[in-house]
Design a protein around this ligand. Structure first.
Ligand code: FAD
Length: 389
């Protein structure tokens, strides 16, 4: 049995939450071990938007320099009526940054993860890749756990940073019947040289269609366009449906068709409305990141919240000699912000998927008017999100 919770911390999951936590702990002199089911080379993904609240933490983790080589700083977020291409609003992102900082940037998630892994390795964080941790025989109080190959491990504290569908979260929070997905997302990476005639400057563009939306932004110094198309799941029949069949359901998307025709990589994701799990920790087990608060990407905050969680959890653990106090402090510092974020994200789901008709027209008119007359109204909706914590 370990005397102190910092003696041998096990972090399950080598995503943004787990890596931020491990690096921050190491900066404070606490060495942890990350257990990851994938091999190091498989930690990929597609494009990701890191907003100023997340990027300021990444700077404090000491990875600003390598990030500058792989990131594209965004100038604005634009909402457009997909049917007419009319601009509904434009949010100037320069107002949320401090000149030369990383600010609001986009990059390839796989490259971001690699930079964080390298930093963690420099700081002597231990890695166990290819170890899928199972909930079998798992008790939150003793913290003995095993891999699906039967290897047994011990820890003074176990952090479930194992992402959406977390098995660690399932040991703490009762899962009811399997939920039907709320949305389906199709993602693609398209070489911009194949898109001659189309210009994609450093903007995030959100094309709003009736009941569907499409997000595009450049990554890899504008060499690739990251495309995410999302629509509700309600008229779908089968979660196993093929990419091409789902694509056919995007009625207004000739544009999407032309983009995906050139994609070098495509992917399908099922999405669920956001929530914060009721039980954050028990005994010597605590959750963070998507494992604690799965949320759809409508405000691009799932990863940013995972980074924030890792940062705050590390300081709560290091600054308290009593584990229960430390975990209560983590919850106290994060709960309000996470619940607000989930509320806003879920309401953005409604805004982005209005069906054609009166409400659709009203949304477009309100956005256009607000953009022209009170641009601060729109900025205020987002400024609390992007504030450095
Ligand atoms: C279409 C789409 C677009 C998105 N865009 C954005 C965006 O622009 N900005 C943003 O901030 N967020 C975005 N997100 C959300 C973001 O990707 C997640 O919120 C974020 O990756 C969560 O980080 P995490 O560390 O909690 O979990 P993850 O990144 O999921 O990492 C969890 C890790 O745990 C590992 N793992 C799982 N189970 C086990 C196990 N049993 N044993 C060992 N290892 C295990 C997994 O392999 C994984 O590496 C998007 C999501 C989607 C679906």
């Amino acid at each position: 049995m370990f005397e102190n919770h910092l003696d041998n911390i096990a972090i399950i999951g080598c995503g943004l939450a787990g890596l931020t936590l491990a690096i921050r702990l190491a900066q404070k002199g606490v060495v942890s071990t990350i257990y990851e089911k994938e091999n190091k080379g498989n930690l990929g993904g597609m494009g990701i938007q890191i907003t100023p609240n997340g990027s300021s933490i990444l700077s404090r983790l000491g990875v600003e320099e390598p990030l500058r080589e792989i990131s594209s700083k965004m100038e604005s977020v634009n909402a457009l009526d997909g049917l007419t291409s009319k601009r509904l609003f434009s949010l100037d992102l320069n107002q949320f940054g401090k000149g030369d900082d990383l600010g609001y940037f986009t990059c390839h998630r796989g490259k971001l993860i690699r930079i964080l892994c390298d930093k963690a390795m420099d700081l002597r964080v231990r890695f166990c890749f290819g170890k899928k941790i199972t909930p079998e025989g798992f008790s939150p109080h003793g913290v003995e756990f095993s891999s699906d190959e039967g290897e047994e491990f011990h820890a003074s504290l176990l952090i479930g940073a194992d992402g959406y569908g977390s098995q660690i979260s399932e040991t703490l929070n009762m899962v009811g019947e399997k939920q039907k997905p709320d949305f389906v997302a199709l993602r693609g990476l398209v070489p911009t040289e194949k898109l001659s005639g189309l210009k994609f400057p450093n903007d995030v563009n959100i094309y709003m269609y009736p009941a569907q939306h499409l997000v595009t932004y450049g990554i890899d110094m504008g060499k690739l366009l990251n495309v995410v198309a999302i629509r509700p799941f309600d008229h779908m029949v089968d979660p196993e449906m093929e990419f091409a069949t789902i694509k056919d359901g995007f009625h207004n998307f000739q544009f999407l068709e032309s983009l995906f025709a050139n994609a070098t990589e495509t992917r399908k994701n099922l999405l669920f409305m956001g929530k914060v799990q009721p039980q954050w920790f028990a005994g010597r087990v605590c959750l963070c990141g998507d494992a604690l608060h799965p949320m759809p990407p409508f405000l691009a905050q799932g990863g940013n919240m995972a980074i924030e969680d890792g940062w705050v959890l590390a300081s709560s653990l290091v600054n308290n000699s009593n584990l229960t106090d430390a975990l209560n402090l983590f919850k106290f510092k994060r709960q309000q912000r996470l619940e607000r974020m989930v509320r806003y994200t879920n309401s953005q789901a409604w805004i982005n998927h209005l069906k054609s008709g009166l409400m659709y027209q009203l949304r477009n008119t309100t956005m256009t008017l607000a953009n022209r007359t009170f641009p601060n109204l729109i900025a205020n909706r987002y400024s609390w999100i992007y504030k450095e914590i």
